[in-house]
Unconditional design. Structure first.
Length: 123
């Protein structure tokens, strides 16, 4: 089974549209940059969103130093809970795809282009 195509790419700025509100300790409304995309699991890793704490056991390294303690980092969230932010006005928008014909070196090539469904402009 192949992984489905997603409307979000690494490096996009997205806004969380589902979950608890920020005043209640949640992440809804937060914006962040996509650090990684996992299409096979339909999840994205967003900077500053869904932060979790991990307790690491103290271990000794070869130099004799101890490494351990509490680490805080982001966990992936489902792609349906985020919406792409339009770079022109920083508002969330749906993503559309259209095919355009591009002519290069005398050949016609079809290219898929992502665009903002709200404004109609290319992303």
């Amino acid at each position: 089974m192949t992984a489905p195509k997603l409307h979000i790419k690494k490096g996009d700025t997205v806004q969380v549209i589902a979950g608890a509100k920020q005043e209640r300790g949640g992440d809804r409304g937060k914006q962040g940059k996509v650090l990684a995309v996992y299409p096979e699991r339909q999840r994205v890793l967003v900077e500053g969103v869904n932060r979790i704490t991990k307790h690491k056991r103290a271990t000794q390294t070869a130099a004799g130093a101890t490494a351990g303690g509490i680490e805080i980092h982001e966990a992936p969230i489902h792609v349906s809970n985020v919406m792409l932010v339009d770079p022109k006005d920083n508002k969330p928008t749906r993503v559309g795809f259209r095919e355009e014909k591009v002519e290069r070196d005398g050949r016609t090539k079809t290219v898929r282009v992502r665009y903002s469904r709200r404004t109609g402009e290319d992303i």
